[in-house]
Each structure stands twice: as C-alpha cells, then as structure tokens.
Design a protein around this ligand. Structure first.
Ligand code: AMP
Ligand code: MN
Ligand code: MN
Ligand code: MN
Length: 274
C-alpha cells in the first residue's frame, strides 16, 4: 500500500492543480491520498472527485499554521468534515492574516529596493492563498536569486529583508478546529523545527493536551535517523504515526509524490482511524 497524507496543490503553494496532483498520484501508484493545502480547503472537492474516478481513496486534509512558543509549527488535519463552521471560521482568520502579512512582506521588500512584490506574488498565487512560496517565485523570476531555495535563505526567513513574524492560530485552536470537525490532528514534519528533545516533548505534550492524536513519523523532509527518532517519540506518547511526502512541485527533485518508505513496524498507522 502506498499512502501519502501530506501534499499541496495550487489551492495553496503547490504547483499542480488538484486534478493534476491526483493524476500524478495515480501514476505513482498511490492508494490513499490526502490533499493538505496550507490554511485552506479550496482544492478538496476537485481532488476528491478526481480521486474517485481514479480509484484512489481520498482523505480530506489541511495544514494549519500555528504559532507555538514564538515559532511557526504546522498541524495537519485529516479526515474532517469540511462543513464545520468553527473550522471554516478559523481558516478565514488565517487567510485574513495571510493577506495582512503579504502586504507587510511587500512593504519590507519595497524598503529593501524591491518594487512590485505584492502584485508579483499575487500573479504566482493565481489570486488564491498568498504564501512565501509565491514571493519566492516572484523574486526568482525577477532575478534576485537563482532558485526558490536560495531566495528563501536570502529574503524570506528570520532576520532577512522580507521576513514577517507569523501571528497564526494557537496550538489549542488549530487542534480543536480539526477535532471538533471530526478529524485527526497530526504534528507535521516534527524534525523540521530543529527543536531540542526537551522542547519537542513539550510541543507533543501540549498537542496531546489539546486533543491531538498523531504525528508524522515518515515525511519527505525526514532522513532515516529522524524517522527512527520520531517513531520513538510517537510510541512514548502513544500517538498514531502518519506518513506524507509534503509534495509541492514535480520540479523539486528532493521530494517525490507517493514514494515513501514504510512506517517502522512498532508504529500504529494513523489510517487505522479512517
Ligand atoms: P508560508 O506558510 O507562506 O510562510 O510558507 C511556508 C512554505 O514555504 C512551506 O510550506 C514551504 O512550501 C515553503 N518554504 C519554507 N521554507 C522554505 C525553504 N527554506 N526553501 C524552500 N521552500 C520553503
Ligand atoms: Mn508549502
Ligand atoms: Mn509544513
Ligand atoms: Mn506541507
């Protein structure tokens, strides 16, 4: 079974439309797929329909932006009811903040001599959710760096000219929006935050206290050792384990759709809950 429970489409900062993503998933032999766009569920209907046609089991997903201990962490939600009002209101609030932040990023870039970044990023977002990836695309296109990776380092992260501090949902809010809508909350790519062991365990404890049930053990951004470490944490805390590529773009060779290693044997797969 090939299972991929963390992917992006043009409904956030992915490069493929939901239909194209599902087509690629089918080609890659994916059996179970979740679309988890940042702070939005606008791609789910199209993806679900295409998955049905392709014989892929589809799971509603989202990746919520959270501010925890003054840093940004991501909480994936899986298998929730899209019509739940508090979830929709939460999403709206995050989208509103994205708009405010985008204006602020553009104004900071403007002060650094880079003009027209808001409209430029908007062109790449197709008028949908605005994220740093769209600013990165604009900056690369305008010749400020040779690729998305280097442009992030140069302009869009902490202490760089286009960085704006996040003011996202609290951990408790994000987890409750998901669980109240009948879904499962999952800590996304836990190794990416580069937390000390103590801090990571603090995050996990807060997450569980809020009602969270799972964490990504296998992730496109985890190396083999990180998978082992995260499997130990998941088991210590009796969390279910998830597996997702965090696929964004077929031209990013370092992350492939639906080609993930199996979960370590001792893990309890999150899909047992679906
Ligand atoms: P945002 O939620 O708008 O702040 O954007 C976060 C997204 O930007 C992540 O989901 C990635 O898609 C992308 N991203 C963040 N950091 C980097 C990086 N260093 N290199 C490439 N992409 C990045
Ligand atoms: Mn992204
Ligand atoms: Mn993420
Ligand atoms: Mn992601």
């Amino acid at each position: 079974m090939q299972i991929d429970l963390h992917t992006h489409s043009t409904a956030s900062d992915g490069r493929l439309t939901p239909a194209e993503l599902v087509a690629l998933a089918a080609q890659a032999g994916v059996d179970v797929l979740a679309l988890t766009d940042h702070d939005g569920i606008g791609g789910l209907d199209e993806a679900r329909q295409c998955a049905l046609d392709a014989g892929i089991q589809f799971i509603n997903g989202i990746e919520l932006s959270v501010t925890w201990n003054k840093r940004t962490v991501h909480i994936v939600g899986l298998n929730f009811d899209c019509d739940h009002a508090p979830l929709q209101a939460g999403i709206q609030r995050l989208q509103d903040f994205r708009e405010v932040r985008a204006r602020e990023i553009a104004s900071k870039l403007d002060s650094a001599g880079i003009k027209g970044a808001y409209d430029g990023a908007k062109r790449f977002s197709g008028g949908k959710m605005l994220g740093r990836m769209h600013f990165a695309n604009f900056l690369v296109d305008a010749g400020y760096a040779k690729n998305v990776r280097s442009v992030f380092k140069k302009y869009l992260v902490n202490n760089k000219p286009g960085h704006v501090t996040g003011d996202w949902a609290t951990l408790e809010e994000a987890v409750s929006w998901i669980t109240q809508a009948g879904g499962v909350a999952v800590i996304a790519h836990p190794a990416r935050y580069k937390l000390t062991r103590t801090k990571l365990r603090k995050l996990i404890k807060g997450f569980i206290a809020a009602g969270g049930q799972a964490m990504e053990v296998v992730s496109g951004s985890h190396c083999v050792n990180e998978v082992k470490t995260m499997a130990c944490h998941a088991n210590d805390f009796d969390l279910y384990a998830s597996s997702g590529s965090d696929f964004h773009d077929p031209d990013f060779p370092w992350i492939k759709l639906g080609q993930l290693p199996d979960l370590p044997e001792k893990c309890r797969p999150v899909w047992d809950l679906f």
